[in-house]
Design a protein around this ligand. Structure first.
Ligand SMILES: [Zn+2]
Length: 164
């Protein structure tokens, strides 16, 4: 690993409460590891009796719609932007549920229950191959097993049954 500012090879240095952290001797500064942040959405209708699952281009399985938070953007903006861009949907209301770090992709996933207006889907076809509204039971059966999406969905379903 090299320093992003000056290109110097980074050393490891002890940082209080953090442990060993990459350090640039030239800049005399720690370089903390960076990672991406994304929203994951349990999309439901106003009646909260249906869940939208999506299949990404190149994938075989249905998961929850998700999207990266752009640099400088706040999460409140990411949700309506992703809904509109990828699915052609409009946000009514959202509720924060849980977050998990996805180590394979080096991304912190932040999960929300998202209520949308009932209107036809308009998919961004270069990203979303297929999306479908499922009953609660069907969504639980269809979502890809052993994924963060599955954990988020089951967690959110308990809340949706009570209505958010
Ligand atoms: Zn440096």
């Amino acid at each position: 690993m090299h320093c992003k500012k000056c290109g110097e090879k980074l050393a490891l240095r002890f940082c209080e409460n953090e442990g060993l952290v990459p350090y640039c001797n030239k800049c005399e500064a720690f370089e903390f590891p960076q990672f991406a942040v994304a929203v994951s959405m349990v999309v439901t209708n106003r009646a909260q009796d249906k869940i939208l699952l999506a299949k990404h281009v190149g994938d075989d399985d249905f998961i929850l719609p998700a999207g990266y938070i752009k640099k400088g953007e706040n999460v409140e903006k990411t949700i309506p932007r992703e809904l509109k861009e990828e699915l052609g949907l409009e946000l009514v209301k959202s509720k924060y549920m849980a977050s998990r770090y996805h180590s394979e992709r080096d991304v912190l996933m932040i999960n929300f229950i998202v209520i949308v207006e009932d209107k036809p889907l308009k998919l961004k076809t270069d990203e979303i191959a297929e999306a479908k509204w499922c009953s609660i039971e069907e969504a639980a059966e269809t979502v890809k097993k052993d994924t963060i999406a599955e954990i988020f969905l089951f967690n959110a379903l308990k809340e949706i049954k009570k209505k958010i």
